[in-house]
Ligand binder design. Sequence first.
Ligand code: RI2
Length: 310
Amino acid sequence: MSLEKTAEQIKNMEIRGAGKIAREAAAALRDHAESLPKAGLSAFVSEMNRAADILLATRPTAVSLPNAVHLTLAGLSSAETESEARALVKTQADRFVDASTKAVERIAEICASRIADGMTIMTHCNSKAALAGILLAKKQGKNISVIATEVRPWNQGLLTIKTLNDHEIPTTYIVDSAVRTFMKEADLVIVGADAVTVKGAVVNKIGTSQIALAAHEARKNVLVAAETYKFAPKTALGHHIEIEERSTSEVLSPETAAELPFVTVRNPVFDVTPPRYIDVIVTEAGAVPPEAAYTIMKEYLGFNPEQENP
Ligand code: RI2
């Protein structure tokens, strides 16, 4: 598949989920590099930078995307020959995809160790990292059940309940506005992340913050499953994470909207959960409190405040 096609699929959400977007972007850069005819070092570097910009322009919130692009192309400008530059892209892309896959497996082990027999887990959206922990707990023989939300307007909850059903995990499917009503039946909340800020705030699918608030009120723990490449170093330099706002036609049909001239439809697809409503962030490097976000950025993303960072 061409890099442009991958970019289009990320944009229209045929490829979705912060981790998957990152792995597909790294692989697309590798395949793109391999498809380019030999034209000299500087032509190769500038074409790879152009390709990176196409991928980066697809969706603005999941920081896994710029982190994956950055890690795949790291050191490219210092390569001395075209073959060195080509080898670098391939090695780094493969390394990223492999590390990402292993990170999700390690996160699953840590999440599963926090899921006790008999627990009911509430989850939101369709996070591979969060689901991996739930599936592993089931595989370990724990008798668990799940409360899963619908996730308007894209209904990613449908993907989640299909997976849970395939694994014979008893699941209750609820509309997003029912989370507070059902919180008393949950023992634990597990969600994924699209970005984690330097303060440990978690950017995730819209609705996550109200779930965390309801969990806090009900004294239920909130666990966030997030690979280290979902941490956003640029937030340590004062930048904000842009919250993607998608087409209003995803919420209300253009025909209905046209009949309601005084109504404005809004469709932000992520929200921010402050660290005080998060008990633990489970990364492949261990389960850490939100306050450890800066350490994760330094140790696992090579964050240097004096350098350009994704
Ligand atoms: P994993 C998704 O975003 C959801 O917000 C989900 O919680 C997050 O990415 C992380 O997913 P979208 O692409 O990387 O559905 O854990 O907008 O799969």
